[in-house]
Design a protein around this ligand. Sequence first.
Ligand SMILES: Cc1ncc(COP(=O)(O)O)c(C=O)c1O
Length: 409
Amino acid sequence: MRKSNSLADYASKRFRLAGKAYLDSGDPFFAPIDVLREEALKSGQRFVSFANYDYLGLAAHPRVKAAALAALQKQGIGALASRLVGGERSLHHNLEVGLAKFLGVEAALALVSGYLTNVTTISHILGTQDVLFIDELSHNSIVSGSKAAAGETIVFQHNNLDHLDYLLREKRANFRNALIVAEGLYSMDGDIADLPRLLELKEKRQAWLLLDEAHSIGVLGKNGRGLWEHSGADPQRVDLIIGTLSKTLGSCGGFVAGKAEVVRWLRYTLPGFVYSVGLSPVIAAAAETALQLMQEESWRMERLRRNAALFMNFAHDAGLDTGPAIGRGVVPILFSDSYQTLAASSYLMDHGFYVPPIIQIGVPKDQPRLRFFISALHSEQEIRGVTELLATRHIERAVPAARSLSAAT
Ligand SMILES: Cc1ncc(COP(=O)(O)O)c(C=O)c1O
């Protein structure tokens, strides 16, 4: 008799293989943060999140909320069609002009998701005779873009530009066009690519460079313009900059930016833009206001830099391993095994700090970690408190607390 082949059985097997057993002693994911925050407030306890990438603390800024509310009242929620055929609002135009100006490039195009922006742009640009070079620790949206692309994908070792150079030298000539993709600030390790060398390489080997600045806008560079500003590079030499509205800009959506001619082509042909609804006017208004605010309130970037430096100092004083992080908006604390990571996260939650564990999903299995997103809004006391709790002696005590987390989720 044939064994049952229901989708439910298949799903359960796949889930088991994906690490479901880690949830058995308490599920630290999908924490109901609004409820936890309210409860903490009522009982006079703290609830501090290091889990959200609101780097400059703009997401709940009164002006951002007011702009969203005004757009909601005037224009409603949805864009109600693809902009190509349904028409667009001045809010879309203003956001894109503002983004391009801020980034020092000619034009930008906003889409409903940052993830989608990578998938659709990478797969759209490359044809069957083309090649894509991606970093081995690329964000999943880049990996998905590579799977959807018709050409071949070649993976280089993380941030190893000697390896990339070798691969380009060996393989580039077999293809028509070549696209290299790198990230401004890697979201799991908090490290950066050597942009000047990347630019040199891509020009020498006649390739194009797509830089995903999702985590670096608002975080890197004196004015928060991203890796190119941090590295003193000319943004015009980067062929495409991709970014998201969901991090520093506090809302949701993505954008692709570059030369006017390229962006004009994408406006009429990029599948994830042409065949998808336009960005909600509410979100366009919120993101544009956040973009203005980050330029007006530059103290936020200084505060973020100070907080991240404090975090690194306290973490190192406590003997914690921050891996290759350069000490900006994202800093991991590495653990040797997943259960210890879960226990540490649970222990922090018991003490009012929300720092979810990153195990198996998004990082190599043997490199579990707690990932901290630092914000300009964190206080020195909070940063000191969380790193002190994580000092070794506390982690050992934390192990039994792993079970209690299920109560909180
Ligand atoms: C490097 C990178 N690119 C793209 C994305 C996708 O952006 P979004 O979450 O806004 O869809 C993320 C999300 O975290 C990311 O880290």
